[in-house]
Design a protein around this ligand. Structure first.
Ligand SMILES: [Zn+2]
Length: 197
């Protein structure tokens, strides 16, 4: 297998020009054929004549597969609007912007999925008044481990429904960060914010 470096050139057929052209390998965001998304920052052969992606080298396939997998396997759920507000407030409390919210939720799901005694505390949270409300805001979680973590947590917590489970997680975050601040956990999360920000 030939490995191409950024800047390498070769001759290849360009579908846009409908002829053989010189392509130069560059890091490009490549849209899916069906227009449903984009694979970011992969080495691709770009036509020097029309600037479109003419060739995806074999070396980029694993990176593309990995991105496709994580993008397509998002967990989608709808929760009451005040739950998103809680998550935004918790992020702010940690010194993070609202775009930290999915990471915060995923962090919690992962921690709870490996901690049975904490996981069983989710179900009682669902009886609180804050657990009610019209589910009108989308919560989307992407990542390679999220499906495994959620199914693990469902069995530990005895909450079979994904939306109910996410509500419980949001209310646990509310308790730990906003209602009864857990200083140890907040310190851990702040250092996590610092590493991903
Ligand atoms: Zn071209």
């Amino acid at each position: 297998m030939k490995i191409y470096k950024v800047g390498d050139e070769k001759t290849a057929e360009c579908a846009v020009c409908q002829s053989f052209q010189t392509v130069v390998f560059q890091l490009r965001d490549v849209p899916f054929n069906d227009g449903t998304g984009v694979v970011k920052n992969v080495v691709a052969g770009v036509c020097k004549t029309c600037d479109s992606v003419a060739v995806i080298p074999f070396q980029s396939v694993p990176a593309i597969k990995r991105q496709l997998e994580s993008q397509r396997r998002a967990v989608e759920s709808r929760v009451p609007a005040h739950m998103i507000d809680i998550l935004n407030l918790a992020s702010a409390r940690l010194g993070a912007a609202p775009d930290f919210v999915p990471l915060l939720v995923k962090y919690y799901i992962h921690q709870l999925a490996v901690n049975p005694s904490a996981a069983v505390q989710l179900l009682p949270l669902l009886t609180s008044e804050l657990a009610t409300g019209l589910a009108n805001k989308r919560l989307s979680l992407k990542g390679r481990e999220i499906h495994n973590d959620i199914s693990e947590l469902k069995s530990l917590s005895n909450i079979a429904n994904t939306t109910e489970l996410l509500k419980g997680v949001v209310l646990a975050i509310n308790n730990d960060i906003l209602v009864n601040p857990d200083t140890h956990r907040i310190a851990l999360l702040k250092s996590f914010v610092a590493t991903v920000a």
